[in-house]
Design a protein around this ligand. Structure first.
Ligand code: SAM
Length: 290
């Protein structure tokens, strides 16, 4: 019988890769040893077989190359939902839950001001894995949730997540608003907003560039969305945007320049301005202004 035993243990393997994030290493161990994190923490002296060690080394090599742990595990939790993710989509970030929180508050407000028979329509622009659209669909099954992306690869992942989670979303293949033919009560987007020369991109090379990078110092897509969203929003509807930690003032200006009112920003858990939103004036306010 072949002896696959080695001198390596969970503790020695963790020590050997001490420069990598400890939590990521523990997740890798859980996946490859097919056990819980509690087992990893309480059995530091469990020995590793050669096949286990080989697989662990292949995965840790990828972590050294900045491949996100979510791609290795094939899933990422967002808003309590387990989303399937791979190299075709951005890994949903915890910061984006701030956008979902604010969107839900705006939806509550709209629910109060619209007639009881109205079904609110929501659009997630640039849906990627479907994270935002699916979070909204899970919280507000009484609304109609739509989502678009210009990447067919992203839409395939989002569609699969919608199917697996049994959360209905209507998907559109569209370059921002180009192929969207209806209006909405609320539009939400986490568009690409990193400038092409931003040094942080060095660590993000495994994720799709089209999900991350925008011209004009990261503002090109945010600007296009601010310019075009008003035409597809119902009166009193909201546009909510995620943006970079230092882009709050620029996004507030873009919203105000494009006729949005009550423009505000909200900070993420790290204390950075992360989400900015504005409201399309009601028809009455617009006609009074004319
Ligand atoms: C920052 S990622 C956000 C993904 C997802 N909404 C999230 O929060 O995890 C931006 C998404 O916008 C999409 N995108 C980029 N440019 C687009 C365009 N012109 N029209 C539609 N979608 C676009 C990308 O494919 C990507 O999925």
């Amino acid at each position: 019988m072949v002896d696959h035993s080695t001198d390596a243990t969970i503790a020695s393997w963790l020590r050997q890769h001490g420069t990598l994030a400890r939590f990521d290493l523990e997740l890798v161990l859980c996946q490859i040893l097919d056990c819980s994190r509690a087992h990893i923490l309480t059995n530091p002296h469990r020995s590793l077989s050669q096949p286990e060690l080989d697989q662990l080394e292949r995965w840790s090599d990828q972590l050294y190359n900045h491949v996100p742990i979510a791609y290795l595990c094939g899933n990422q939790e967002f808003w309590g939902l387990r989303l399937t993710v791979d190299h075709r989509v951005l890994v949903p970030r915890p910061d984006t839950e701030t956008l979902v929180e604010q969107a839900l508050e705006c939806i509550d407000t709209l629910t109060r001001i619209r007639s009881a028979e109205t079904t609110l329509t929501l659009l997630d622009l640039g849906t990627g894995s479907g994270a935002i659209a699916l979070a909204l669909a899970s919280e507000r099954p009484d609304t109609q949730v739509h989502a678009c992306d210009f990447s067919l690869d992203s839409l395939a992942v989002a569609h699969e997540n919608s199917r697996l989670l049994r959360l209905p979303v209507t998907f559109h293949h569209s370059d921002w608003f180009t192929d969207i033919a209806q209006s909405f009560d609320l539009i939400v987007s986490n568009p690409p907003y990193i400038a092409p020369d931003d040094p942080h991109l060095d660590l993000l090379g495994a994720e799709p560039a089209h999900a991350l990078i925008a011209d004009d110092n990261g503002l090109a897509d945010l600007r296009r969305i601010c310019e075009q969203a008003g035409a597809l929003l119902h009166s009193d509807g909201w546009l909510l945007l995620e943006h970079g930690y230092d882009q709050g003032p620029a996004v507030r200006s873009l919203l105000a320049e494009n006729g949005f009112i009550d423009v505000q920003s909200r900070r993420d858990l790290g204390g950075n301005e992360r989400v900015t939103w504005g409201q399309k004036p009601s028809d009455q306010a617009l006609s009074a202004h004319e």
